[in-house]
Design a binder for this molecule. Structure first.
Ligand code: 0X9
Ligand code: ZN
Length: 474
């Protein structure tokens, strides 16, 4: 035990001396980003329009084009906010679904108060007339979504380019930082790097593969996995919510970079981190379609791809708030846990449910900290404790960063939905502190949260994790 402690200490000392994860000295990713991470931007720079992009891809692939790989653009697409959506049922169909089915709308956010939906340029006129005919008001939040997407990419490149001249040998190999969003490889390299720097307390699992053959990776941090209470933290269930994997990697970094001086409620825990539950979707949202939400599994009954993993868990599957249509963004899949990602998480966690005290899952956007149930309009029996801890986290966030988060039971704030990972963790694994955290913002930028807000938002995610860890009795 003493030897183990000493070696942890020496790793820590080495870590401190080399300063490998000092946020200011991490290896810049600018060059890499232009070539790999931000492929959409790279492609736009070399191809001035889509037909040229197609030609370039055709060349690269010896005449074979995969239409699913042609970058999707959102020039002049608008983002609308519509209030009082429950009043606007059309022939028994919610308005969101009508706009999705008839006008190719992409639902960004739907909750008890409003609907955020984007409409492509070609459908604007028809969608506008539809709303006018039905006396439905809308706010136009953005008039060119492509501009928002481009602005994030450029800001990220600029934020990291300034460091290009200051590389040293000591810097992290993974090239991660919290000034920009990163590609999957950078996130996985970071996890590998953490494991090799802290071999005594870290274990890296591949808990399965995706439909496209990517690994599903989980990092465990624990000094005593047999005894310590477990906290699971995941991100990236929804592909386009890029702030979520960024927040989960930040929590890993925060916890480990000061490991020896962490309080008992952090050190005497077993932490599981899965920053990207949906790697295929994440890669697709970086390379092809920025607004992609689901995974990328093909359907046998439709030409549409993807299942909403947060409607695919084995808890009231096929219930309200999920869709039977493979083309919908809330498609629930063919059976409960039909998806490899869902199956992998369910198998891994249900085998480790002993001592599982908390399940935290990071999403965006809206600034909410919500707890079960989502699938029915009932609170869990110990909801008073969940409300108290959620409220404490929100108060701490407000005093530290000034951002307002609301905490409440999920069905009240976000509406009813079956098949969610949070409800499953509570029902199937008995985790007490179960929260879905909807990170920044409240809709100003939505999924295109500026890179300058990554750090502050990730700190808010960290506060939730710390508050929950503290609430669990040792
Ligand atoms: O609808 C979702 O899956 C989550 N919101 S998001 O905008 N990130 O898609 C909220 C999940 C809340 N929990 C459940 N519905 N189970
Ligand atoms: Zn989400």
């Amino acid at each position: 035990m003493l030897r183990c402690q000493r070696s942890i200490y020496s790793v820590f000392l080495l870590f401190t001396l080399t300063n490998a994860f000092d946020i200011t000295s991490l290896e810049p990713i600018a060059d890499k980003n232009i070539q790999t991470g931000n492929r959409m931007l790279y492609e736009r720079e070399i191809n001035t329009n889509i037909s040229q992009a197609v030609a370039a891809k055709e060349d690269a692939a010896d005449g074979v084009i995969d239409v699913n790989e042609i970058p999707v653009r959102y020039d002049d697409a608008q983002l609308w906010r519509i209030y009082n959506i429950s009043e606007h049922m059309q022939n028994n169909m919610p308005l969101a679904e009508t706009l999705e089915n008839q006008f190719g709308g992409v639902i960004w956010k739907e909750n008890s108060k409003f609907l955020d939906i984007s409409i492509n340029k070609d459908n604007l006129k028809a969608a506008r007339s539809y709303l006018a005919e039905h006396n439905i008001d809308k706010e136009v939040v953005h008039t060119n979504i492509q501009e928002l997407i481009d602005a994030v990419e450029l800001e990220g490149i600029k934020a990291t380019q300034s460091e290009a001249g200051s590389r040293t040998k000591k810097q992290a190999r993974s090239g991660i930082n919290w000034k920009d969003y990163h590609d999957l490889e950078t996130i996985y390299d970071f996890m590998r790097e953490i494991r090799s720097k802290f071999p005594k307390i870290c274990r890296l699992y591949s808990i399965g593969k995706t439909a496209e053959g990517r690994d599903l990776k989980v990092l465990r941090i624990s000094e005593n996995p047999r005894e310590y209470k477990k906290i699971w933290i995941d991100g990236g269930i929804h592909a386009r919510e890029w702030i979520s994997p960024a927040t989960v990697t930040f929590i890993v970094y925060q916890i480990l970079s000061k490991w020896e001086s962490q309080p008992a409620y952090i050190k005497q825990r077993t932490w599981y981190f899965m920053p990207v539950v949906n790697p295929d979707g994440y890669v697709y949202s970086r390379n092809v379609n920025r607004l992609w939400r689901k995974n990328r599994s093909p359907s046998s009954s439709s030409s549409c791809y993807g299942v909403d993993l947060n409607r695919n868990f084995n808890i009231n599957w096929n219930g309200r708030g999920s869709s039977t249509n493979p083309c919908s963004d809330t498609y629930r899949g063919t059976t409960p846990a039909s998806e490899l990602e869902t199956k992998a998480v369910e198998n891994f966690l249900s085998r480790r449910k002993h001592n599982l005290s908390a399940y935290l899952t990071y999403h965006s956007y809206g600034q909410y900290i919500v707890y079960p149930w989502a699938y029915k309009a009932v609170k869990v029996k110990d909801s008073a404790a969940l409300q108290r801890v959620g409220k404490t986290a929100a108060e701490r966030i407000l005093s530290k960063t000034g951002t307002v988060y609301r905490s409440d039971v999920t069905h009240a704030l976000l509406g009813i939905a079956g098949g969610g990972s949070d409800d499953w963790a509570r029902a199937a694994c008995g985790a007490k502190y179960v929260y879905t955290v909807e990170l920044r913002d409240k809709g100003e930028y939505g999924f295109q949260l500026p890179p300058s807000q990554i750090r502050g938002t990730a700190e808010e995610g960290m506060i939730v994790a710390e508050t929950v860890a503290q609430a669990i009795a040792l």
